[in-house]
Design a protein around this ligand. Structure first.
Ligand SMILES: NC(=O)c1ccc[n+]([C@@H]2O[C@H](COP(=O)([O-])OP(=O)(O)OC[C@H]3O[C@@H](n4cnc5c(N)ncnc54)[C@H](O)[C@@H]3O)[C@@H](O)[C@H]2O)c1
Length: 242
């Protein structure tokens, strides 16, 4: 089977993807739909079903209700909306730290919490959160982002423990450097950043959004039914190299 080829394995499933207007979220929405899922796409911007700010009070319950009403249930949740920028620790303002935590952590928590009743009604509930290599390691200038991604991984592990008895899996995918609008400024401003990641990856290249979306589709499928509570790198082998 060719990479990205549709399986039909998600036929009849309903999915909610945030951050679906761009990058990894957009590729995920396309991939889940190609596999047969009905996808409710949410983002601040872009070509989606609903423009919404996931940090707005009460919005996550609304989004879940809309997805359920439109597609008759909810089986797959992918909170993919996220933000990141380099900010040195000195002079790092509170507002940016709070914003990163609001989008990358609090909104993910609220969406998962508000989706629990619907996911419990599904015979194959799936939650796939998006961590980062920064959920396991650190880097200069990424204090807020690193804190947020460690939190997402920790949250996912506990969610997996709590919802496992209801047949719901939860996993945290940890991408390496992926070419999306999020990383475009860094790759443009710092050519050495691109070279670093290309060299660091055992596979010798940057990731594409589809490299991540295909793994998310696997995690959302029955093939991954006994896989839960995991955080794992999808990084072309980058984190295995010294
Ligand atoms: N690109 C990478 O190298 C990389 C690596 C590891 C993890 N990630 C994670 O993958 C996820 C997707 O990132 P991407 O690279 O596709 O970035 P992206 O910028 O292309 O997409 C992120 C999307 O999230 C949306 N978004 C941001 N704040 C929002 C809000 N408050 N409400 C609703 N939508 C909001 C943006 O509008 C954007 O469309 C993020 O969680 C990111 O942290 C990315």
């Amino acid at each position: 089977m060719a990479p990205g080829e549709a399986h039909g394995r998600l036929e009849g499933r309903s999915a909610l993807v945030t951050g679906a207007g761009s990058g990894i979220g957009a590729a995920t929405a396309r991939r889940l739909a190609a596999d047969g899922a009905r996808v409710y796409r949410v983002d601040l911007q872009g070509e989606v079903d609903r423009h919404a700010d996931v940090t707005a009070p009460g919005i996550n319950a609304e989004l879940v209700a809309e997805a359920v009403a439109r597609h008759g249930g909810l089986d797959i949740l992918v909170p993919c909306a996220g933000i990141s920028a380099f900010h040195p620790l000195e002079g790092h303002d509170d507002a940016y730290f709070d914003q990163v935590m609001a989008v990358n952590v609090t909104a993910v928590f609220r969406l998962i919490r508000d989706a629990v009743p619907a996911l419990k009604r599904s015979p194959h509930g799936r939650i796939v959160t998006i961590g980062s290599t920064m959920a396991s390691f650190g880097d200069a200038g990424l204090v807020a982002y690193g804190a947020s991604k460690h939190a997402v991984l920790g949250m996912t592990r506990s969610v997996a423990c709590e919802l496992g008895p209801f047949g719901i899996t939860a996993n945290c995918l940890q991408p390496g450097a992926i070419e999306t609008p999020m990383t475009a400024p860094a790759f443009a401003d710092m050519p050495e950043f691109r070279v670093y990641w290309e060299k660091k990856a055992a596979l010798g290249r940057l990731g594409q959004p589809e490299d991540i979306a295909d793994v998310i589709a696997f995690l959302a499928s029955d093939d991954a039914r006994f896989f839960s509570g995991q955080g794992f790198f999808v990084d072309g082998g980058a984190m295995q190299r010294q």
